[in-house]
Design a binder for this molecule. Structure first.
Ligand code: AGP
Length: 613
């Protein structure tokens, strides 16, 4: 996934581009470049690798008095991560430059046609096709040329275009890849994501699919790409400030975000629960009570960590709202022969709101008449704008690629959603809802109390276990998804092979793996399946396995069997245990990854949001 930054205004452009690209580093990239106009000429500087290399190349020109330019960090999709393939790309003249995020699916055909018409290509990328296609259509009017070019393009794009022939404008356009505009006095910004804009403005406009924007010092004009007609857009004010997107003194964004979870969980349910009334409120859900009472099924749709959140919510919704819940991997869901209609509520769950598979799934659900309510962390993201309503998680910007506070915020939102469904369907008494609200409201305090001791315990465990190459995570019932999440955290930031498994499955295969070389992390809260988990842990011990158990302080049963125990307090209501048991697993993964010297915030091969299939 790539990062785009553009600026037109009254300041020197290069420092703004570099700063913006740095704030988008979390999106993952392997080359970078900038382009700007100075004294009537287009200048371009590019490099493979990280921004530090590009920055070195800007020595001596960083403060050139150019007021307009584009910057880009590229995640290679077509062509190796080299300087030649780095954006921005130019047309034959070198006077027109393009930056692009997405995939041009028909680039090969277009490239052939353009080459036959005499265009000379200098890279292996699909993006360069856009530069030559716009050049082909350019007849003094850049906006029209971009429109004409994009009418020939198939695929996903968010683009920025700059032309020496019209240096007073920047043109942006989007289809299926995010693009946000920043508005300020006598200057305009464009970016792939909000953090790049925050030091300069919090007034933003999100482009929708099929829209383009003409940016100038006087502001931004939005039009439909296909017919060129103006689009009325309402700017939104982002509540995040620049520091929220900084590390705030933590070693990594991920650690900062782990410690932000008490506040993120609270911010997500705040204003939605009324403990004194025993009621929850979700005005974002504009579904009639009759429709909700008539629902026969819920489909939770997501990828990765968000899918794990859905797996946890299944237990809450089925237990409280007495509604069958399917939890689908979006990449599987979108290619199945779906049975959906107006009696099925589809809930896409996504931190970024831009995950291609989840977006495709929600579009299919809508086509089949299923009402769609999203759970999402990014205001105005594509998934939120295409859903019937959105229950926003208020986790704030999550910069670390490994999802942490977004996950527990999703749990908070899904917990409230489960109570809301129960309330409308009268499947829980007011008193029972009051009790569940009270339990949820105890979570931030329990997390605050646990974070430092859990961190200390997991630091010690990391010293012992960081060199192991295989881990097995076991959980039952609502903690099976937490075992999956713990394993995902470890594998994605430490590159250690880790599997999450339903503890009851041990005899059906995984027990063959047990030996002293593979630590087993067992989740053993005192709930209705505690005894079953204990017997699974016994099986591991009797085969000389190494056991790291998460269990309640002073729990005799666990302490007798496990060589290592991380203590987790026993809450009054076991239904909130998933919030508590997740955090030590996040910290264990984090400390092991740090001990292994891994790039915790930008793990290899991973992007923060997978906006292409
Ligand atoms: C989780 O740590 C990963 N970053 C990844 O699995 C992520 O949860 C998944 O790609 C879904 O992203 P989304 O929530 O933005 O849709």
């Amino acid at each position: 996934m790539c990062g785009i930054v553009g600026y037109i205004g009254h300041r020197c452009v290069l420092p703004i581009l570099l700063d913006g690209l740095r704030r988008l580093e979390y999106r993952g990239y392997d080359s970078a470049g900038v382009a700007y106009i100075l004294e009537g000429s287009v200048h371009r500087v590019r490099s493979e690798g990280k921004l530090g290399k590009l920055d070195l190349l800007l020595d001596g020109i960083r403060d050139v008095p150019s007021p307009v330019g584009l910057g880009h960090t590229r995640w290679a999709t077509h062509g190796e991560p080299t300087e030649a393939n780095a954006h921005p790309h130019t047309d034959c003249t070198g006077n027109l430059v393009v930056v692009h995020n997405g995939i041009i699916e028909n680039y090969y055909t277009l490239r052939q046609q353009l080459q036959n018409e005499g265009h000379i290509f200098k890279s292996e990328t699909d993006t360069e096709v856009l530069a030559h296609l716009i050049e082909k259509h350019l007849n003094g009017n850049l906006v029209q040329a971009v429109r004409d070019a994009l009418m020939e393009v198939k695929g996903a794009y968010a683009i920025g275009v700059l032309w020496q022939g019209d240096p007073d404008i920047l043109v942006a356009a989007r289809k299926q890849s995010p693009m946000v505009l920043g508005l300020a006095d006598n200057e305009c910004f464009l970016a792939s994501d909000i953090p790049a804009l925050l030091p300069y403005t919090r007034d933003v406009i999100f482009l929708d699919d099929g829209e383009m924007a003409i940016l100038s010092r006087n502001g931004a004009e939005v039009r439909h790409i296909d017919n060129g007609k103006p689009v009325v857009k309402v700017s939104q004010t982002i509540s995040w400030n620049a520091t929220m997107a900084e590390k705030a003194g933590y070693k990594h964004f991920m650690l900062k975000e782990i410690y932000e979870q008490p506040q993120a969980v609270l911010n997500t349910y705040r204003g939605r629960v009324m403990p004194e009334l025993g009621e929850v409120s979700l005005p974002e859900i504009e579904l009639s009570p009759d429709l909700i009472k008539g629902l026969r099924r819920i489909v939770l749709l997501a990828c990765g960590t968000s899918w794990h959140a859905g797996l946890v919510a299944k237990y809450w919704i089925e237990k409280w709202a007495r509604l069958p819940v399917e939890v689908d991997l979006a990449s599987e869901f979108r290619y199945r022969h779906l049975i959906l209609d107006e009696t099925v509520l589809t809930v896409p769950i996504s931190q970024s709101g831009e995950t291609a598979d989840t977006l495709a799934g929600l579009r299919m659900a809508k086509e089949l008449g299923s009402p769609v309510i999203a759970i999402c962390n990014v205001v105005g993201s594509t998934i939120t704008r295409e859903s019937g309503g959105t229950v926003y998680t208020h986790a704030g910007p999550e910069i670390g690629v490994a999802s942490t506070k977004a996950f527990t915020s999703q749990l908070s939102a899904l917990y409230v959603l489960a109570l809301y469904l129960s309330q409308v369907r009268n499947s829980l008494t007011r008193g029972a809802i009051m009790g569940k609200i009270s339990a949820l409201m105890s979570v931030p305090g329990l997390l605050e109390e646990g974070l430092v001791p859990w961190h200390q315990q997991t630091m010690e465990l990391a010293d012992t276990f960081y060199s192991y190459s295989d881990f097995l995570y076991l959980g039952r019932d609502i903690h099976f998804p937490i075992a999956l999440e713990g394993a995902l955290k470890l594998k994605e930031i430490s590159y250690i092979h880790a599997e999450g498994y339903a503890a009851g499955e041990m005899k059906h295969g995984p027990i063959a793996l047990i030996d002293r070389k593979m630590p087993v992390v067992a989740l053993a809260p005192h709930d209705h399946v505690y005894e079953k988990v204990l017997s699974n842990v016994e099986e591991v011990k009797s085969r000389r396995g190494i056991i790291i158990a998460l269990g309640e302080k002073g729990d005799e049963g666990i302490s007798r069997i496990a060589q290592y125990v991380v203590s987790v307090p026993r809450p009054e209501d076991p239904d909130i245990n998933p919030f508590l048991y997740t955090i030590p697993l996040q910290l264990l993964a984090y400390e092991i990854a740090v001990a292994r010297g891994c790039d915790v915030d930008q793990p290899r091969n991973l992007a923060k949001s997978v906006t292409v299939e």
